[in-house]
Design a binder for this molecule. Structure first.
Ligand SMILES: Cc1ncc(COP(=O)(O)O)c(C=O)c1O
Length: 308
């Protein structure tokens, strides 16, 4: 049965239930301390083929399991279970539109931040049109936040753990308070890392440049996709440490992630990027990314999994 968003079905602890019936213990470590790991899995509707494609599903599950391993949450499900839960819940909602599917492993029960169990899962499809404002903008005005990105010496930025997002939050809230759309973080070394929910790329003299994963960056699937697409198109790509100065002098810049896809950055700290319009490389990469995500690029067919 087709559902409206407030009554959508979600997969919760092995059952498909109305989202309003999925209750969680308020003392659970996930509720109190963000003790969970999760994925936001993009699914794109292909109107021509009347098909919904999940993008890089196996890579999302590999990262989910790496995240769980790092913070010692034991996943009670196999990869086949993870996938079946996602397919079942999308089918239950009969979705034929673009989605972000939140798939979260969480620590339930009455324990504390040190607890290892009980671990369970929810899978909640979120129609893309419902994502927050900054994800729907045509271009972003950014600042460099005064907060530093979490580092591998404290809370690993490489994984997707709920608690990590409070670092994202303080940067994002500072940006909004000061009249920007979003921010770019510097890492402990004062080098460029990433956005609050996105990775950073810039174009310098025709070369695509992005910080290295060791510069305090999430192991982003969109970042990896863009690097592969650019290389396939013959565009030079360099992963290297990026200085703050380069933010103010680059030719093009964009933030990317499963939620915001590829969104041009129009200014940083009020320095105009390029001519202040989305740049040609950014636009070409966005188009190529969407083609791959909709299963329309034969070079990247293995990236998509049909749901129906
Ligand atoms: C901090 C951070 N960096 C990068 C990304 C992009 O990751 P992905 O491309 O896997 O969605 C995200 C996505 O949520 C993020 O939170």
């Amino acid at each position: 049965m087709k559902t409206d968003v407030v009554n959508r079905f979600i997969w919760y602890k092995g059952e498909i239930v109305n989202v309003n019936d999925a209750k969680i213990n308020i003392l659970a470590p996930t509720a109190q301390f963000g003790l969970n790991v999760f994925e936001g899995i993009p699914c794109y509707w292909n109107e021509e083929r009347k098909q919904l494609y999940a993008f890089r599903l196996d890579d999302h599950y590999d990262r989910l399991l790496r995240s769980a391993r790092l913070i010692q949450i034991e996943c009670p499900y196999t990869k086949a279970d993870l996938k079946k839960a996602l397919v079942d819940v999308i089918k239950a909602n009969e979705y034929d539109e673009n989605l972000s599917v939140r798939q979260t492993l969480f620590v339930d029960g009455f324990g504390s931040w040190g607890s290892a169990e009980p671990v369970d899962m929810f899978v909640a499809p979120i129609p893309k049109r419902r994502t927050s404002a900054e994800y729907n903008k045509k271009g972003l005005h950014c600042c460099v936040t005064s907060w530093r990105r979490i580092s591998d010496t404290t809370l690993s930025p490489r994984i997707k753990c709920g608690a990590n997002y409070i670092n994202s939050r303080v940067g994002q809230r500072e940006a909004l308070r000061n009249g920007y759309d979003t921010c770019v973080f510097l890492n402990d070394a004062g080098k460029v890392s990433e956005g609050p929910g996105s990775c950073f790329f810039m174009v310098v003299n025709g070369t695509l440049v992005t910080p290295m994963l060791t510069d305090s960056v999430l192991e982003s699937i969109t970042r990896d996709t863009i690097i592969r697409i650019a290389k396939a198109k013959g565009m030079p790509v360099v992963e290297r440490t990026v200085d703050r100065t380069e933010l103010y002098t680059c030719d093009e810049a964009f933030l990317c992630g499963s939620a915001m896809e590829i969104t041009p950055v129009l200014s940083i700290d009020r320095y105009t990027v390029g001519n202040g319009e989305p740049g040609p490389c950014t636009e070409a990469l966005h188009k190529a990314y969407l083609a791959a995500a909709r299963g329309m690029d034969p070079d990247f067919e293995t990236f998509v999994t049909p749901i129906y």
